[in-house]
Design a protein around this ligand. Structure first.
Ligand SMILES: [Zn+2]
Length: 94
């Protein structure tokens, strides 16, 4: 039976081969959910599913795509949003 603090279901079990060739059971924190688009809710690509302490040590360029609204909107919604803005501007300027 594991220690009471390890009986939590918020931890995941990982079998790791340790030195000596022994397979031991380790308890790790679960990964956070993948980032979603703020408009349509689709899973955002190019964003790692890593714990905050790993994200902190990561370069900014590795954490989100380098484009307008990168890491907030998916590429499809970003494109549509920019086209909509351009159309609004065109309609109001005439
Ligand atoms: Zn979207």
């Amino acid at each position: 039976m594991p220690a009471p603090r390890l009986r939590s279901r918020s931890l995941r079990k990982v079998f790791r081969k340790v030195s000596g060739g022994v397979v031991s059971l380790q308890y790790k924190k679960k990964k956070p959910k993948s980032a979603k688009c703020g408009n349509c809710g689709a899973v955002l690509k190019g964003i790692p599913r890593a714990l905050p302490f790993r994200m902190r040590s990561m370069a900014k360029t590795k954490k989100r795509p380098e484009r307008p609204f990168g890491g907030v909107l998916c590429s499809k919604c970003m494109r549509e949003g920019i086209i909509d803005k351009a159309r609004q501007y065109y309609n109001t300027s005439q």
